[in-house]
Design a binder for this molecule. Structure first.
Ligand SMILES: [Zn+2]
Length: 172
């Protein structure tokens, strides 16, 4: 990036005194300026690096990409690891997904609260209220079978089957 800026600055300096432009020319076709540039590039590539140490011949973009991949791998290992908590969230979120993140960011505050509550289990559903000590019954209030969790409401509750069919399977 620094070299690109240097080239841009050099072109700007030249253009204040001379008409300057950038043109594509065929390589190794005897174009004088291109032959000189090739010769200089060859001699530059065999010279020893001079600059701040330590020198890493890796561009910033590759470092960022490697770091991002490493972080994603660490995140997945923690998410699926034996020490991971968030049982309900892992039931509904199998892997980090940037598309889902983008969709969530498009919601308003109320919608986001509901969706995050359902996805993480931190909601007003009975199981969470029971765990928090705010209710003495975790059983589903709609069907009376099973604990009222996000997974139950979204995937299993018989009392909500027709709503689920209409909104989750064939919704927009
Ligand atoms: Zn139910």
């Amino acid at each position: 990036m620094y070299l690109v800026r240097q080239c841009q600055q050099a072109l700007n300096d030249i253009s204040t005194r001379h008409a300057a432009g950038l043109y594509w020319v065929p390589g190794h076709a005897g174009v004088r300026g291109n032959e000189i540039a090739d010769k200089l590039a060859r001699s530059g590539s065999v010279q020893r690096f001079v600059g701040p140490e330590p020198f890493l011949g890796v561009c910033r973009q590759n470092i960022r990409r490697k770091m991002k991949l490493w972080m994603e791998k660490q995140h997945l290992a923690l998410w699926h690891g034996p020490c991971s908590t968030q049982r309900q969230a892992r039931e509904l979120i199998s892997v980090p997904d940037l598309a889902i993140r983008a969709r969530l960011l498009s919601f308003n505050r109320t919608q986001t609260k509901v969706v995050i509550g359902l996805r993480t289990g931190h909601s007003t559903l009975r199981r969470h209220q029971y765990v928090m000590g705010l209710s003495n019954n975790p059983t589903c209030g709609k069907c009376g079978t099973g604990e009222e969790t996000s997974g139950h409401i979204l995937c299993k509750c018989e009392a909500l089957a027709s709503l689920r069919h209409a909104h989750l399977l064939f919704g927009p």
